[in-house]
Design a protein around this ligand. Structure first.
Ligand code: KG4
Ligand code: ZN
Length: 362
């Protein structure tokens, strides 16, 4: 059965068709980097406006690329939270309209459940299965959360939240540090590309000890430590040069950044990235050690990070570690269509009272 997925929770307008929760037929993503890049972060009003502009052509393209018509679809799955309400509402309203006019059931999907199912979808597509129970680390611009995931039947997935960030998400830390150093939004990809040119041990950052739940995260102190470092090092001139490049060139090359980024700043970027990666790695391993776990899933936009991927190849992990492909790590709608499939099988449909919830729990 082919499900249409729609995802508009943040700054990507996405639609996809997935067959049987395991075969990706199409995935279309319209990113808004060029809209938000120079603001150093997402501007919610602009995000909603861009979704309105893109949603109709993006959905049409996904259905066409799948080589299907609406009669070949079994349901419309749409992200209903968490996320920016103005953005969520665009995808939800359009999803509801399609469900009514095409006579298809509607399925509301939690965004983080989607990120976890990106991995399950791709493993199935390879003819393999993820081993459960799993520890899932979802690490993105809006979230840093760890779940214990149980899967007892084709229709049943159970998610138990083990820890989450108490302040900034890891991706948000990448974005904020990049912004204060004069790089564009999103910061994660730029830091990832420049960090290999720096020494990851040059600056020692200490991470806060978490009182209460030692599986929680905190990244705002790290961001403040980078800010203090920047102020003490008097980096205003080089930051101004990078801001100028951000304003004048839509997608600067690594060479252009390197020309404007002295070695101590590259060392700072590498050290910052290393600290975030080590923090994610250590706490994920601690969580896995405390619970019955047969595999580890890492997903969300920050799962694109090359150093994070390397770190999780460590030999000390005694079970399989799954990452989605880069394309399905960041926001997309294939993961939403895949996460909707077990609900479809169980007949767990939503009605038109489905609402967008900015803080929806999983
Ligand atoms: O999952 P996603 O597309 O959207 C949210 O649900 O938030 O994640 C976007 C986040 C941004 O903060 C971005 O900077 C980060 O993922 N990101 C990265 C990389 N690529 C994207 N962070 C570190 N390294 C990367 N290569
Ligand atoms: Zn996401």
């Amino acid at each position: 059965m082919n499900l249409l997925g729609i995802e508009t929770s943040c700054d990507e307008t996405a639609a996809a068709v997935v067959a049987g929760g395991e075969r990706l037929l199409s995935s279309v993503v319209a990113s808004q980097f060029d809209t938000h890049g120079r603001y150093g972060g997402i501007v919610p009003e602009l995000a909603a406006r861009e979704h309105l502009r893109s949603i109709v052509p993006v959905v049409r393209e996904a259905v066409e690329l799948a080589g299907l018509g609406y009669r070949d679809l079994g349901a419309v799955a749409v992200t209903c939270g968490p996320g920016l309400v103005g953005s969520l509402l665009v995808g939800m309203s359009y999803g509801k309209a399609l469900s009514v006019s095409w006579g298809l059931p509607l399925i509301g999907v939690h965004h983080l459940e989607g990120h976890i199912h990106a991995v399950i979808l791709e493993e199935r597509q390879k003819g393999q299965t993820v081993e459960f129970p799993a520890l899932a680390l979802v690490v993105s611009g809006g979230h840093t959360s760890m779940f214990h995931v149980e899967h007892s039947s084709p229709t049943d997935y159970n998610y138990n939240l083990l820890g989450r960030t108490r302040d900034d998400a890891a991706g948000e830390a990448f974005d904020k540090v990049a912004k204060l150093l004069g790089f564009p939004y999103p910061g994660g990809p730029v830091v990832d590309r420049l960090a290999p040119y720096g020494n990851p041990n040059a600056v020692r950052f200490s991470m806060a000890r978490m009182k209460g739940n030692d599986l929680d995260f905190s990244f705002s102190g790290l961001k403040t430590a980078v800010l203090r470092h920047v102020q003490a090092a008097a980096m205003d001139a080089e930051i101004a040069r990078r801001r100028e490049l951000t304003r004048s060139v839509p997608r600067p090359t690594v060479e252009q950044w390197l020309e404007r980024t002295p070695q101590p700043t590259l060392d700072l970027l590498a050290s910052f990235q290393e600290t975030v990666v080590e923090e994610l790695f250590r706490r994920a391993l601690r969580a896995a050690g405390q619970h019955d776990v047969r595999s580890l899933i890492v997903s969300g936009g920050v799962a694109c990070n090359s150093r994070l991927r390397d770190r999780f190849q460590a030999r000390e992990i005694p079970y399989p570690v799954y990452f989605p492909s880069v394309r399905l790590s960041t926001d997309n709608a294939a993961m939403i269509a895949a996460a909707a499939y077990p609900k479809f099988l169980a007949g767990r449909f939503s009605d038109l009272s489905l609402t967008a919830d900015a803080a929806l729990p999983l």
